[in-house]
Design a protein. Structure first.
Length: 521
């Protein structure tokens, strides 16, 4: 659960300094690890490894040392590319002076906060070592690290159990959190930040916190840039039953056909097709316009960094001079991106809430959505123009409308209410099935209407959702549909489909749900 914090100017300065200290430590550790990894790459034994598995084994079996980092016996500390190896390195660096003879503990950064930072560092290397998609290790730019937190510590002493969050003191009775700013002892100091909550959501929040501090496992303070200013939030990871808002699931199966920009739904009482995150379209157009202004400003202030054809110079170290206008435009772009993400997520949540009452079992194809974004490998030439066709697919559409996020949000909501989201194999070919003669017929992507063997014409996505609704997903063999149930529900489906088409025809062009176009239905 995330709640906003009321932060004064001097308190914001303290928090911002802490974020910057942790960012510098993050980059320092990544620099040391990256240098050692490049040293491994130059070794003949490493180059002799035949595959990535052998390379990981080589790295695992070759711990290294860093000057000035010693263990308990004053011997060089063995460091490895593992979760615990990086955690030990960060812990030792936390004891080093950071200026004026102070350590991280002296400024209120506890060992658990450093452990949380080491988890983030290991997460980057875990992808580098085990995920072939990860190409490089990146540093955090200024203002790029925006979280720090602490897990709960359980301490047993003299038959007493003490639970606390090192670096934090949480007061739920008066909704405040104290953040330590100096070393433990008689002179330790804190800043107290009131936790704000919306009276409209008070019942929901109090239900989540009914277990008290004992139910809270992790505290995290998050910083976000909102309208040019930093806002601060407290995230609490809570153990227990998730609070509900009075929503209930319907009865029956609901088929969902997901596309890069649309979602088609078919159930006992609904047949619909809607554009995902339709309110983001105007924001995307504004981002394109603002991006051109940013590019013009950058070129005007750094003409020496560009070639005559307009491309950026390569192979030389470039110095970029950013004007005041350029920085303002960058902040505007960041605000647009934040608004777009917030609006997109909220629209997904609203649409998922609308579908909950339509059934308790939602059937959706397990599409590899990342595959929609890849460019075509085959080079094709247009027969009419003789030009090479574009290889681009749906990368921008997927990024703008986030279909995978919608499925995740729907799945979480349905499962929390006791329902089920079934992800079926795409080999069931829902968009190709014709139940009237029990056959499968392939259709090109540009075909948005499908004609069944009985002569009826249907919108392709809504028909696919109808087929998924009646798929026998529990059968071991694929492409098994309940034709008997489909025949019983077909007339109702046709009636609801025509109502949906008529709805689009009656909608005004400015309506956010009419952007698909009635001509495609």
């Amino acid at each position: 659960m995330e709640l906003p914090l009321q932060v004064e100017k001097y308190q914001a300065d303290i928090l911002n300094k802490r974020y910057e200290q942790l960012r510098q430590l993050y980059n320092y550790v990544q620099g040391k690890l990256l240098r050692q990894y490049r040293y491994f790459e130059q070794m003949k034994e490493f180059q002799a490894c035949k595959n990535s598995k052998e390379k990981r084994e080589f790295i695992k079996n070759h711990p290294f040392h860093i000057n000035g980092i010693v263990g308990r016996n004053k011997e060089p500390l063995d460091i490895s590319f593992s979760e615990y190896g990086i955690m030990g390195l960060v812990s030792k660096l936390g004891q080093k002076p950071i200026g004026s003879g102070k350590t991280y503990a002296d400024v209120g950064i506890s060992s658990t906060i450093l452990a949380n930072l080491s988890n983030n560092i290991w997460s980057a290397w875990n992808k580098k070592l085990y995920d072939y998609h990860a190409k490089k290790i990146s540093y955090k730019k200024y203002g790029g690290l925006n979280t720090f937190g602490s897990g709960k510590i359980v301490q047993k002493k003299d038959n007493e159990v003490k639970e606390y969050f090192p670096g934090f003191v949480l007061h739920l009775e008066r909704m405040e959190i104290d953040i330590k700013t100096s070393k433990s002892g008689k002179n330790e100091t804190f800043i107290s930040l009131p936790i704000l909550h919306n009276p409209k959501h008070s019942d929901y929040e109090m239900w989540a916190l009914k277990g008290g501090i004992d139910s809270i496992k992790v505290l995290t303070v998050v910083r976000r840039m909102v309208r040019g200013q930093y806002k601060y939030y407290l995230q609490m990871s809570i153990e227990g039953e998730k609070p509900q808002k009075g929503r209930t699931l319907g009865k029956g199966n609901v088929g969902i056909d997901l596309g890069p920009t649309t979602v088609a739904v078919s159930g006992a009482n609904i047949v619909s097709i809607d554009k995902l995150a339709s309110k983001c379209d105007n924001i995307e157009a504004e981002k394109l316009r603002l991006g051109r202004k940013i590019d013009r400003s950058r070129r005007a202030n750094n003409p020496e960094n560009f070639n005559e054809d307009g491309t950026i110079k390569r192979g030389v170290r470039l110095v970029w001079n950013d004007s005041k206008r350029y920085k303002v435009l960058r902040r505007e772009m960041a605000e647009l991106q934040r608004r777009q993400a917030a609006i997109r997520k909220q629209q997904h949540i609203d649409r998922a809430n609308e579908l909950l009452k339509e059934g308790d079992t939602f059937i959706v194809e397990n599409n590899q959505i990342s595959g929609w974004t890849r460019k075509a490998k085959e080079t094709k030439v247009n027969e009419k123009t003789g030009k090479i066709q574009k290889k681009k697919r749906f990368g921008k559409s997927v990024a703008k409308h986030a279909p995978a996020m919608f499925v995740t949000i729907l799945e979480n909501k349905v499962k929390s209410l006791g329902g089920e989201v079934v992800k079926v194999d795409t080999q069931n070919a829902a968009s190709q099935y014709d139940f009237t003669n029990d056959s499968f017929e392939k259709h090109e992507l540009k075909e948005r209407s499908v004609t069944l063997s009985n002569g009826d014409i249907h919108q392709r996505d809504m028909l696919a959702a109808f087929n998924l609704q009646h798929l026998k997903y529990d059968e071991a063999e694929k492409k098994q549909y309940d034709r008997k149930a489909m025949a019983q529900h077909y007339d109702r489906f046709c009636e609801l489909e025509q109502e949906e088409i008529q709805r689009y025809k009656n909608k005004e062009k400015k309506d956010d749900r009419s952007t698909i176009g009635a001509e495609n239905l």
